[in-house]
Design a protein around this ligand. Structure first.
Ligand code: HEM
Length: 421
């Protein structure tokens, strides 16, 4: 999931803890997590004005109790949200609502995202992966992120929503702007950033409004039609229908990009494990679960306490923001044996990579399938994959974890048959 939109002071939720503010620390925050799990498992950060929670049991407790730990950022006392009319519709989605309203919203598209429904579209996803890779593979070198891990989920979700391919460049520009985290927090830069985001969300809203109207008149086999139908039957307000389209566009893109990127970061660092996965000696499924645990694309979430509550002897007050660190819980030695080892055949693997509880990732079956298809398509076309280049650059976000670029070299395999288009 993308970082919660904090359009208030732009500081408290978006900033990483000071200990993780360097490039190196954010690329590998795991030693710091270990220290915190041990010494300060629940701690208040004065800079960011929020609680950080690191142990598995505590993260579990928070995600399991949405009545006490709400997903609605407007309940937070530490952030000053702008007036109602300036808020982007992205705040009004299943991700940021609780209780009945959340369940009603999620219910609209739940069936569409079930594993069996997603599996029916596998052939089409394979064709998309093949197209992208066949274009990129020839020179024996590519940037995994730019050439593949980035465009693949964007194209998939555009197709599921029912957006014509010629609109994709616009789509990409809007979604990039919406998930951007400001690096320069000076007043001028923040103002420009907020104007950019506001403009992107207005353009996107106009775009989807037109699409929703068109599908209400003439439904097709796509998600926009499902959403338009629910709005027509008064199961969604117009604003909720728009928020829905925008959430589905942004929620699954940068996360899935980073799952594929992080998978190759793990596997190129463990060539013997990569070989086992390539040859089928170990399942792609368990490999992907281990990447979700070991280098989780979403490292942290945000909740707001709805009442005073005690956690490991600390007094959390109503309105306080609480940050459960999924990435730290996923390496808790009280749950995972040798948690600092990357084991492609780890089982069981009860990681929090997709969250837990009522907000458990709606797109998990889709993301798993995209990762499986994407990695298989890559292994079918490239042998001896190696990472090249010196320094990695982390994605600029306080919650999303991955790298901006990941150049690789390999031996192209031309003897594979592309799946039928
Ligand atoms: C590897 C890829 C992905 C990861 C790591 C991921 C991670 C997560 C996490 C951790 C949450 C829980 C948020 C919370 O509790 O506050 C979540 C929720 C969600 N995800 Fe994903 N996600 C991924 C891909 C996708 C895709 C492909 C889609 C859909 C197109 C999607 C749609 C959603 C939605 C709609 C929610 C909100 C569910 C709710 O509030 O009930 N995600 N995701």
């Amino acid at each position: 999931m993308s970082a919660p939109t904090d359009e208030g002071d732009g500081q408290s939720l978006e900033r990483v803890p000071r200990a993780l503010s360097t490039r190196e620390a954010w690329l590998d925050p795991f030693d710091w997590y270990a220290e915190m799990r041990e010494d300060r498992p629940v701690r208040y950060d004065d800079d960011r004005r929020c609680w950080d929670v690191f142990r598995y049991d505590d993260v579990d407790r928070i995600l399991d109790d949405p009545e006490t730990f709400s997903s609605d950022p407007r309940l937070a006392s530490a952030i000053d949200l702008p007036p109602e009319e300036e808020q982007s519709p992205i705040l009004e989605t299943m991700l940021t609502t609780d209780g009945d309203r959340h369940d009603r919203l999620r219910g609209v598209v739940e069936d569409w995202f079930r594993p069996r429904a997603i599996a029916e579209r596998a052939g089409r996803f394979e064709a998309i992966a093949a197209d992208l890779l066949d274009d990129a593979i020839d020179g024996g070198r590519m940037d995994l992120v730019d050439d593949f891990a980035y465009p693949f989920p964007v194209i998939v979700i555009a197709e599921l929503l029912g957006v014509p391919s010629e609109d994709r460049p616009q789509f990409r520009r809007w979604s990039e702007t919406l998930v951007e985290t400001p690096t320069d927090t000076s007043d001028d830069a923040m103002e420009a950033f907020q104007r950019r985001q506001q403009q992107a969300s207005e353009e996107l809203a106009d775009y989807f409004e037109a699409k929703l109207d068109a599908r209400a008149r003439e439904p097709r086999d796509d998600l926009i039609s499902v959403i338009a139908e629910a709005a027509g039957a008064d199961r969604l307000t117009g604003e909720e229908a728009l928020g829905f389209c925008m959430l589905l566009l942004v929620a699954g893109n940068i996360t899935t990009t980073n799952l594929v990127g992080n998978a190759m970061r793990c596997l190129t660092a463990h060539p013997e494990a990569m070989e086992r996965v390539r040859t089928g000696d170990v399942a792609m499924e368990s490999t992907i679960e281990e990447v979700l645990r070991y280098r989780s694309p979403v490292q942290a979430l945000a909740r707001v306490a709805t009442r005073d509550v005690e956690l490991r002897g600390m007094d959390i007050e109503e309105g306080d923001t609480v940050v459960p660190w999924l990435g730290a819980a996923n390496r808790d030695p009280s749950v995972f044996e040798s948690p600092e080892q990357f084991r492609v055949d780890r089982a069981p693997n009860p990681h929090f990579g997709f969250g837990r509880g009522t907000h458990y990732c709606l797109g998990a079956p889709l993301a798993r399938m995209e990762a499986r298809i994407g990695l298989r398509a890559l292994f079918d076309r490239a042998a001896d994959i190696r990472r090249v280049g010196e320094q990695l650059q982390p994605v600029r976000s306080a919650f999303i974890y991955g790298v901006e670029e990941f150049p690789i070299e390999f031996r192209p395999q031309h003897d594979v048959e592309s799946p039928a288009h």
